[in-house]
Ligand binder design. Sequence first.
Ligand code: GDG
Length: 497
Amino acid sequence: MPELSELVGSRRLILVSNREPYEHVRTGGTLEVRRPPGGLVSALDPLMRRTNGVWVAWGSGNADRDVADRTGHVAVPPEDPSYTLRRVWLDESEVEGYYQGFANSALWPLCHMFAQHFEPRTEDWERYRAVNERFAEAVAEEARGTPDPLIWVQDYHLALVSATVRALVPGAVIHQFWHIPFPPPDIFQLMPLGMGVALLRGMLGNDLLEFQTERAARNFLACVDELIPDARIDLERQQVISEGRTTTVAAFPISIDVAHYESLAVEEGATKLAATLRDRYTKRGRQLAVSVDRVDYTKGILERLRALDLMWSRHRELRECLVFLIVATPSRSALAVYKELEDQVAEQVEQINARYRTKGWTPIVLIPENVSADRLAAIYRAADLCLVSSLQDGMNLVAKEFVACQVDERGLLLLSRFAGAAEEIEGATLINPFNIDGLAEGLKSALAVPLAERRARMSRMRSDLHNATIFDWLESILTAANQLRPRQSPSVRSIRV
Ligand code: GDG
């Protein structure tokens, strides 16, 4: 395990995110502790364990209040407490306005440049502001009385937190990681002006603002340039000087715990399941393709299905040559647009299967549910091809997880040019998911890539990935954050794994 504590030194780390790392849930008579799926929590939890900091997050579990003290504190991990989780309580209307409303129906579509799904409602904005303020107050309470707090805010749910914390705790080092894309000014300006300016000013409350890609960082600077008249931008240093303060803006592409995914893929259960999947789906020289996504309109799932349909209608000889396994995990189903997409995906798969199915062959296998991490690793391992067809994506961790789990090095990665990962992974075949024709032909060509070439490309991607893990990401961000205030900075040594 890396010596993560060295990255924080003597500072007290206060992490802020919408999702909490541990959720207490009562079902029937039993109390359960759940860990939300996803790479971020699994990467940040070890950091928090080793630095004994505080994690401030929305207390979303129905039994969260039962185990927390009066101020919302609970020691975690439950089996071996080593840091504090500070829960922020939100009622139903706050969750609806702040989370489902402004965060997921306004900011999410706008940042991904989906103007057609962009719904900036004033009421949601008011809730978003109020909830951000509540988070900021909780953070400030934790930070006060701490000599050297290092505050790290996560993502687009909390764009206004840093500026409020800055006003409440002027001495703190505050930085924020933005997990999703940031749009250019022509798109950002679809946001009502008052909201747009407030969001940018909120983000400028950070000393350091971290994006996935240079493109997102540049877009942010361009938006500030257009909308914040008093801001001075130093393009060379990627800095904004506004209201007497400096915000540095930079790209820090996120990654995964590569060793963890590799170990999941080689475990006995996953090895057996991968063999079973190959037995079942790769008979008579067939290839197995996979995709894994939360069901979200940004991920290009319908475009992928249209391309498959086109490929099989145009190239009869490719029928029976490929089975496509689609893991489509329901997500944000409380929003109509997400629920409709789930139904559309199921419908399209059914239609394609009805059109092309033969006696011994079902073209698409849809898994419309959350699968366990070890099953997921087996699916990645078993595949001859993984298709990531995001229309826009901050990074896309699935692409990296696929590479990590390809321990047999047989798979080809088809990766959207519009995922941040495309700027990082050399060896993937880049595709344009808007070009259905091109994608259909790209899939056809991919099926013909010889094994030796696949191995060479996968081997290169795997070795590159080993040099850019989630721990490298943590190290580079925390080093940069520490260097913002050299007077107080502890010596930062490199991570040892
Ligand atoms: C945001 C940004 C950025 C999915 N289905 C299952 C499952 N998953 C896991 C994957 C992966 C994660 O969910 C999805 O991560 P992505 O990166 O692909 O996308 P978002 O959820 O949109 O994440 C994105 C990311 O933040 C990190 O900064 O890369 O651009 O949009 O880890 O494996 N996991 C399991 N079962 C499933 O059924 N166990």
